[in-house]
Design a protein around this ligand. Structure first.
Ligand code: SF4
Ligand SMILES: [Zn+2]
Length: 467
């Protein structure tokens, strides 16, 4: 299922066939519609739509190119309208210096005043920018810093990510800007522009991935290829999602689940995703046996939300071997069965061995994703026990340097780095494939790690993206 996170269904373009538009979208798997307004009048219209359709939610506010009727009374009414139970954000608001920079100061003032409404109402904002990214970032970061209570009630304790305060819709910036926005508590959404030839947005999403994004049509504008020039509508969302999947070498299901999770989280609609013991990604089945770990990596969100591509991995109890086997059903249906999750699987080494042996007996392929501390955790060399039941081991090297390793994983670097290297060397003797991975963070020397893995340990090397 999908959520069209930005669609102007109040436009006259939809007057004659809105029912059909909604039904076509639902048939295409689009279950919710977020309708941002552009002025006071359209704010009222957006709210009226929410009263006609359960699946529609509204945002209220003044678009930067629609400020002719803005005044104190109008802004007061926007604030009043924002108490409607189906208003989920203030938007779309922002800055547009492409069409008109003559009223830049007024645009900035109205943008800030509407953020203040969002702060008072504890709502997120939907931001429009054009030729104004730097100014918009300055303003949202300034308002965020000045109002620490804004959305703080929704902060997830222990998360490495700040709570989301809004979305930069129709995002057209580069990967570095997207990263900065995420660190400031904002996500980005992509429209049909990703399907255009030589689209910078396509390049950006290919770099940043879809983990912190949403999809939108911006209907009736910006129809994706092959509908360019025609009226856009929410049923085109799967075309956009498909293109994002292509950019990220992912499946459309993964993009759908992730972007839907993100839209529900930002706008606080629908049911939260329940925790899972097993989950599919890219043709493989992942087993989430535990959320316990002997490390505490700075880049890990295990203690926070523990979500991976729309899957909630924050289990409140550990599954039994039998439960996991029942969920796997037929291992041969999957490319591989992977022991992985927001925890260290070798903490449950007996369960790993039992499930892996069963998977092998049913003709499946197995992979163990581990921090490489299994022998320390289990107080014996566990590598020989992997023989015949594990086809591939993937070890997080994290850093070639023990001191950096210790800092990243927040443990005794010298002791655990040595244990991890020893395990990698041992595992090669018993497992057909051993890969070591690093997370592509600034503080990690990727080339040094590659040399270390390939020349000193003699196994395969892979960089995992950090975003
Ligand atoms: S080893 Fe893995 S699960 Fe454990 S804290 Fe580090 S990244 Fe998270
Ligand atoms: Zn819009």
């Amino acid at each position: 299922m999908f959520i069209d996170s930005h669609t102007h269904l109040f436009y006259p373009d939809f007057n004659s066939d809105i029912d059909e538009v909604i039904h076509r979208a639902i048939d295409a798997g689009v279950n919710y519609f977020i309708v941002p307004a552009t002025n006071l009048e359209t704010s009222r219209e957006a709210i009226q739509l929410t009263e006609r359709y359960d699946s529609i939610y509204a945002c209220v506010g003044f678009h930067p190119l629609d400020l002719a009727s803005v005044n104190d009374a109008a802004l007061k009414e926007i604030e009043e309208l924002s108490s409607h139970p189906k208003v989920v954000a203030i938007g779309e608001i922002g800055l547009d210096f492409y069409y008109d920079a003559s009223n830049a100061e007024l645009q900035k003032e109205i943008f800030k005043r509407q953020i203040e409404i969002a702060v008072r109402r504890d709502l997120p904002i939907v931001i429009h920018t054009r030729d104004s990214m730097d100014d918009a970032i300055f303003i949202v970061e300034e308002c965020t810093a000045a109002n620490p209570q804004w959305r703080s009630a929704f902060a997830i304790s222990g998360s490495r990510f700040p709570v989301w305060k809004g979305v930069f819709h129709c995002f057209s910036g580069d990967a570095a800007t997207a990263q900065r926005l995420l660190q400031s508590g904002f996500i980005v959404s992509f429209p049909g522009i990703v399907t255009f030839k030589k689209s910078a947005a396509f390049e950006t999403v290919a770099k940043i991935g879809y983990d912190h994004t949403m999809v939108e049509t911006d209907a009736p504008f910006l129809s994706p290829v092959p509908h360019r020039g025609k009226r856009n509508e929410p049923s085109n969302i799967p075309i956009i999602a498909q293109k994002i999947a292509e950019a990220c070498h992912a499946s459309i299901d993964d993009v759908a689940r992730t972007t839907t999770f993100n839209a529900k989280k930002l706008f606080r609609i629908g049911e939260p995703a329940p925790p899972v013991f097993t989950y599919t990604l890219g043709g493989a089945l992942y087993l989430n046996l535990t959320i316990r770990c002997d490390a505490d990596c700075v880049f890990c969100d295990r203690k926070g939300e523990a979500v991976v591509k729309g899957y909630n991995l924050k289990i409140t109890r550990e599954p039994s071997v039998q439960e996991v086997i029942e969920e796997i059903q037929d291992p041969a249906r999957y490319g591989e069965i992977v022991f992985c999750g927001y925890g260290e699987p070798t903490i449950r080494f007996d369960a790993v061995k039992e499930i892996a042996a069963w998977v092998k007996s049913k003709g499946g392929r197995t992979r163990l994703n581990t921090d490489g501390h299994g022998s320390v955790i289990n107080k014996r060399n566990i590598a020989p026990e992997l023989q015949g039941i594990i086809d591939s081991v993937s070890i997080s090297l994290n850093a070639a340097d023990p001191e950096v390793y210790g800092r990243l994983m927040r443990l005794n670097g010298k002791k655990y780095h040595q244990a991890m290297v020893d395990f990698a060397r041992e595992a090669q003797r018993y497992v057909p494939e051993v890969v070591m991975t690093v997370v592509g963070m600034e503080s990690v020397d990727i080339e040094k790690a590659k040399k270390f893995v390939e020349e000193e340990i003699g196994v395969k090397y892979r960089v995992r993206p950090y975003f």
